[in-house]
Design a protein around this ligand. Sequence first.
Ligand SMILES: [Zn+2]
Length: 189
Amino acid sequence: MNPKEKRETLVFGGREIEYRLKKSRRARSVRLSVSCEGAVSLTIPWRLSLERGKEFLYDKINWIIEKVDYFEKHKDKRLPKSTRSDYLANKWRALEAARERAKYFNQFYRFSFANISIRDQKTRWGSCSRKGNLSFSWKIILLNDVQRDYIIVHELCHLKEFNHSANFWQLVEKTVPEYKKIRKEIRKL
Ligand SMILES: [Zn+2]
């Protein structure tokens, strides 16, 4: 971790929320974000004291809790059980499929992304990072084509909308009109 970054814990109403605290020379104002994985980070401009920066956090506490809870609730937790060797045996095939379909759908979206990787993820089908990296569970190859496409489009759309807002779902819907039905199917797996 960057030496200027620290892990801190926010305590509020009996809840403990961990967040990443960073001092930045480039930031002009306090920045607060909650990623789609529920990770909270606070960036404070160099000249501002930590105390002032943290006050900002408490001002936004309800918003933070709402976001964290939302992403927690929407995690697709039901991935089928597997072993490490299943992962090793299938990751290349999964990578090929993810690259091919992301490329296909991105002919429509034209977003820029940095890298696609396959991981031995235990709880999530896919994830996205602020830097534009997409990663998927190798288990996407266990899904049918329609379901796999939805997972790929979902992460692709996070490149534009880093949240699950109405705008986000509208973007998904443009190439996967039946996304609601598909999501339900995936949750039942
Ligand atoms: Zn998402």
